[in-house]
Design a protein around this ligand. Structure first.
Ligand code: MLT
Length: 305
């Protein structure tokens, strides 16, 4: 009987797939399998019987991959299982940065007690005027599971899309959409894009990739969206670009002290994958991967061995 410990809340839709060979345990020390979402496992002692870790999500930066590989523990993730949820939040982020929805909603809340709110609203609305995303250009960095959904959705909303991915090609990008303009160099994406959205994993190579040099190549008034990982952006460089008035907004799913000080940041508390559907999909995929591995060694979406 394999003992399964959940380090975070894992959707029941996944857990109910565990067959008679599995049993849930509250005691992490006796775990054969750990299911995890965002809990940081880097400082954790590795349970003696641990055989597999499955992350219900795509990013694995909260998991010590090498240390676990050395201990013979396979780590799995669930790429794509929450891509639709992240895509939808990215679209919302673009709209929040284009129309002052946040300012308008706050104004209504602040004036809720005003009996003449209808009249006052007519006067106030000028200050919340925005721009449209139709006809604007979106630069998508990373054309994986999330990036490609974002690209297609943006096109459906009337945007032009320029895509970059060092692991892709013009042919593969054409399968995402024949209209997508694929570039082989970020230097060709930045100057074209009114909006730039990043969808790459956090690795040593991508750390701080949006730095002063990258920001200098972007259009004036650009909107930067980061629903991938906060380490991808050099916060000091972005703050300087914002203070110089070059960046219209930074929409990010990652709150940190530097970001909270930025003049025009729209910060969301890592809600990209927080939908019922995404939580179910990730849990189902994570459980299926682990069960297949322990049944016959199948390593679908194993990221460390
Ligand atoms: C992911 O890595 O899949 C997303 O950031 C969502 C999450 O961490 O829950």
């Amino acid at each position: 009987m394999y003992k399964v410990h959940c380090l975070n809340n894992i959707s029941a839709k996944g857990l109910e797939l565990l067959d008679e060979n599995y049993q849930l345990t509250d005691n992490v020390e006796e775990a054969d399998v750990i299911l995890v979402r965002s809990a940081n496992m880097h400082e954790m002692d590795i349970p003696a019987n641990l055989k597999a870790v499955a992350r219900a999500g795509a990013g694995v930066n909260n998991i010590p991959l090498e240390k676990l590989a050395e201990a013979g523990v396979a780590v799995f993730n669930t790429p794509g299982a929450n891509a639709n949820a992240v895509k939808e939040l990215v679209l919302a982020g673009m709209l929040l940065a284009s129309r002052d929805i946040i300012g308008g909603v706050q104004w209504c809340r602040d004036n809720a007690a005003d009996e003449n709110i209808g009249k006052a609203a007519e006067k106030a609305k000028k200050q919340f005027a925005g721009t449209e995303i139709t006809g604007k250009t979106l630069g998508v960095i990373g054309l994986g599971a999330i990036g490609k959904l974002v690209a297609r959705a943006a096109e459906a909303l009337g945007m032009k899309v320029v895509g970059y991915d060092p692991y892709s090609s013009a042919e593969k990008a054409a399968e995402i959409s024949p209209n997508l303009v694929y570039v082989e160099d970020l230097a060709d994406l930045y100057p074209q894009a009114d909006f730039v959205t990043i969808h790459v994993p956090a690795t040593p190579a991508t750390k701080g990739m949006v730095d002063a040099e990258a920001l200098a190549q972007m259009k004036d008034d650009v909107v930067l969206l980061n629903f991938a990982r906060d380490t991808l952006v050099d916060d000091a460089a972005l703050t300087a670009a914002m203070e110089a008035g070059r960046v219209r907004a930074y929409v990010t799913d990652f709150a940190n002290p530097a970001v909270m000080q930025m003049p025009r940041a729209i910060v969301i508390p890592h809600l990209g994958a927080s939908t019922e559907e995404a939580e179910d999909n990730c849990a189902i995929m994570a459980v299926q991967e682990v069960m297949a591995y322990l049944a016959d060694g199948t390593k679908t979406h194993c990221v460390n061995m």
